[in-house]
Write a protein that binds this ligand. Structure first.
Ligand code: SAM
Length: 458
């Protein structure tokens, strides 16, 4: 039997909830024992004041440490001294700062023998209780409710549903949402037609094999549309795997951004920090334009002040878009058509300004972290900026990196790519591919999820 103690300053609130449904059944069937412990009973003063104002000021009140320590010690039938010396396991505090509650977590707790749950109120509980004896913090989601009682009851309900014999129909828990990484299938009951709305024929067919397949297909379809993050491909059956791959192959990411990229050959530094002009490389032309096409960059500007270098770029592009190359490589032109040639940085910015009728937000890149707090930009912030559909120009440098005269003109400098160790000297082509992936991938996966068209997607 699972023993649960729930510590609260509002025992009646908890008692009124646990009198119903699966929780009540689990208790009456002897599968669980729930004690509701009133924290106030452990206050020594005559008014039983459980809270006090916070040290350091600020609004709200805080539940005091002393009655809480005593209530927890009482739950575990130990002295406060022993509790503090060797805190027992499975002491859970409900907090917005906790791990987000999932069926995996509640399943784990359904296998425990004894759990003590602490419901907070007001601003919080005294932090010393959290630090000293709480073994786990659980959140019911990214929002704040007024107390831990409702989160506590949700937690208990979900735990008890997992205990064998608690639910009337054993199979109903197995088919519930989140089991096997899928949401539940739709349910219908009599009559077969109501206000002209019919139950799908297959459900009424009496062919249980067909019904099972129909439900499994529906479950996967709904989960892919609404919560692709839940799906575990490895756990799907053979038919579902085929359905998954078929669905995946039909997804068309729509990034639809106003994202531009430029590769500057001047002004950049050499390794002695002398300002130089670098020469164009065929690899930089091809690889960055292919990344640009993949991640829906509108234009890739190659900037070089030397005319013969610009002509070289133009010749390469011409070969693949209109010359012989275009006749034997079917889609290389799609990527090469992204390339524009510019004399300098100013020309790049002016060209975008003309096209978008507003100045682009300029984000420089560097292997070194930008220490100017006003200019530093995280991948997350840049991603949001790009998805807001403002014109954004990402600036890549050749040689030993962009000269200060360029970074001074950038509105922001992107956080560097950090790998698994301190070495992060990537080629500009690799850096561009990684950065473009990081800056657009959320848009891409959101679209893969069907643009959140809950239930209405295809
Ligand atoms: C008004 S809230 C305190 C919020 C706290 N000051 C904060 O900003 O994180 C009072 C209590 O409700 C409970 N609570 C509120 N939101 C919660 C959530 N999302 N998940 C779990 N418990 C929550 C916690 O026990 C918390 O101590």
């Amino acid at each position: 039997m699972l023993k649960i103690d729930i510590l609260t300053i509002f025992p009646e609130l908890v008692e009124s909830i646990i009198r119903y449904g699966a929780i009540k059944y689990a208790v009456t069937a002897g599968k669980a024992e729930i004690r509701v412990i009133d924290i106030r009973k452990f206050c020594d003063d005559k008014n039983r004041n459980v809270d006090d104002s916070p040290y350091g000021g600020g609004g709200g009140m805080v539940i005091k440490a002393e009655p809480l320590f005593k209530a927890i010690a009482s739950s575990r039938e130990v002295s406060v001294e022993k509790l503090l010396k060797k805190p027992p396991s499975n002491i859970v505090y409900f907090s917005p700062a906790g791990r987000k509650m999932t069926s995996k977590i509640t399943k784990e707790y359904s296998e425990k023998r004894r759990i003590t749950l602490i419901c907070g109120r007001y601003e919080d509980i005294d932090n010393r209780v959290r630090e000293k004896v709480v073994s786990d913090e659980i959140s019911i989601g990214d929002y704040v409710v007024s107390g831990g009682e409702l989160p506590g009851c949700i937690f208990i309900d979900s735990i008890l549903r997992n205990i064998k014999g608690v639910l009337g129909n054993e199979s109903s828990a197995q088919n519930d949402s989140f089991e096997a990484g899928l949401l539940d299938f739709p349910h219908y009951t009599r009559p077969a037609e109501v206000y002209g709305l019919k139950v799908p024929d297959v459900i009424l067919s009496g062919d249980h094999k067909k019904i099972d397949r129909y439900r499994k297909t529906d479950q996967l379809k709904t989960t892919l549309q609404r919560r692709r993050d839940l799906v575990e491909y490895e756990k799907l059956d053979k038919e579902q795997k085929k359905q998954y791959i078929d669905w995946y192959s039909k997804q068309k990411p729509r990034i639809d951004s106003k994202l531009y990229v430029t590769l500057l050959h001047y002004p950049v530094y050499d390794r002695l920090k002398k300002t130089i002009v670098t020469s164009v490389t065929n690899l930089d032309i091809h690889d960055i334009c292919r990344s640009s096409a993949t991640f829906d960059v509108k234009k890739y500007y190659i900037s070089n002040p030397i005319e013969t270098q610009r002509n070289l770029v133009k010749r390469v592009c011409h070969f693949w878009t209109e010359g012989y190359g275009s006749t034997y490589h079917e889609n290389r032109n799609v990527a090469l058509e992204k390339v524009s040639v510019a004399t300098d940085f100013k020309e790049v910015v002016d060209s975008i300004k003309k096209e978008e009728k507003e100045k682009p937000i300029i984000i420089g890149t560097s292997a070194k972290i930008c220490t100017d707090t006003k200019k530093f930009m995280s991948f997350e912030a840049a991603r949001k900026l790009i998805s807001s559909r403002r014109p954004v120009l990402i600036v890549f440098g050749t040689g030993w990196g962009l000269a200060d005269s360029v970074t001074d003109r950038c509105d922001f400098i992107l956080e560097p790519i950090n790998g698994a160790n301190h070495f992060n000297h990537l080629s500009v082509r690799s850096a561009a591919a990684i950065i473009l992936d990081r800056l657009t991938i959320n848009n891409y996966t959101e679209n893969l999820q069907g643009g959140n068209s809950y239930g209405k997607g295809n």
